[in-house]
Design a protein around this ligand. Structure first.
Ligand SMILES: O=C(O)CCC(=O)C(=O)O
Ligand SMILES: [Fe+2]
Length: 318
């Protein structure tokens, strides 16, 4: 389970979206390629996205400096829920993502910093300097990229390009930097870096990192596949809310982060940066007419109601 040796590396499509962003010839090919990937696997890699390297590097580096601080200091940081737009720190084993799939496992072997302009957090730590602005600047870049991707989705489905925009005026998106520490002791039975789960929202834009013990994706046949990590490319995956909007035709695929194989423990630190693109609280998730041919599979639900159930499961201590 923890080894990557028994899994295959998938052919996740790598799609250059620059022609779509620039509205050039080739735009329609981008849309078709994205649609095919979202229907088949629910995962793709994008290049030509326009996110500046230095904004990404600054967030990666400042967050790393935070994670390098002693545990005793870190656990006192970002633990409240008092400030909207503050930061929240989640220490090792705080969250067990597999609980969202009804599985009982030890907490995930990871720690994370979490931020969203409309999400609760606490005061930003006094060090490292520049942490808050690094999060804000990267968040703004993700909003721009998410806008391009939403328009690609609309184009694929035959919707007006701005179809979803009103749902994202007050969006509840979350930016998270995750540190998967070196594993000097064997993890507990059933403990992974991140347990199997699907993401909850519209889509996730992930800055992955190649390492021993990385992202794995379960395809529609139930096989676990190692997701490739390409420097400078973003991994995009569909979330549950969008899967419901499409009546399950676009797939929110289960994924997990494997442990490094024994022996790699001390050299296998990994840091990833997911941006969870979530609609506003009152957005009604309801089968889109284009997918309603055989009847809607799910009752409409607001995003606020859906997310409450999922986060309650992931952080429950029962
Ligand atoms: O770290 C990764 O590569 C993926 C993390 C993830 O799937 C999540 O936090 O939802
Ligand atoms: Fe995920």
């Amino acid at each position: 389970m923890s080894s990557t040796a028994d899994t295959l590396t998938i052919d996740i499509p790598v799609i250059d979206i620059a022609p779509f962003i620039a509205n050039e010839a080739g735009s329609a090919d981008v849309v078709r390629a994205v649609e095919a990937a979202c229907r088949n696997l629910g995962f793709l890699l994008v290049t030509g996205h326009g996110v500046p390297k230095d904004v990404t590097a600054r967030l990666y580096d400042t967050a790393r400096a935070f994670f390098d601080e002693p545990q005793e200091w870190k656990v006192g940081q970002g633990r409240g829920t008092s400030e909207i737009g503050g930061v929240a720190f989640s220490p090792i084993a705080d969250e067990a993502l597999a609980a969202t799939m009804g599985l009982k496992t030890p907490g995930d072997f990871k720690e994370s910093l979490n931020y969203g302009p409309r999400l609760p957090g606490d005061a930003w730590p006094s060090k490292p300097s520049g942490l808050e602005s690094a999060f804000e600047d990267y968040f703004s870049e993700m909003e721009i990229l998410a806008g391009h991707l939403r328009r690609i989705f609309c184009s694929a489905i035959g919707l007006a390009p701005d179809h979803f925009e009103k749902e994202f005026v007050d969006h509840l998106s979350a930016l998270r930097v995750i540190n998967y520490p070196e594993q000097h002791v064997e993890p507990e039975p059933g403990q992974l870096r991140a347990g199997v789960h699907t993401d909850y929202g519209f889509m996730t834009i992930l800055r992955s990192e190649a390492s021993q013990g990385g992202l794995q994706v379960r395809n529609r046949d139930g096989e676990w596949l190692d997701a490739p990590s390409i420097e400078g490319a973003y991994v995009i995956n569909i979330g549950d809310a969008f899967m419901r909007w499409t009546n399950d035709e676009w797939v929110s695929t289960p994924h997990r982060v494997a442990n490094p194989p024994s022996g790699y423990g001390g050299t296998a630190r990994r840091q990833s940066i997911p941006f969870f693109l979530n609609p506003s609280k009152d957005t009604v998730i309801e089968c889109l007419p284009a997918f309603a041919g055989q009847g809607a599979k799910y009752e409409p639900i607001t995003y606020g109601e859906y997310i409450k159930v999922k986060t309650g499961q992931a952080f429950s201590k029962g």
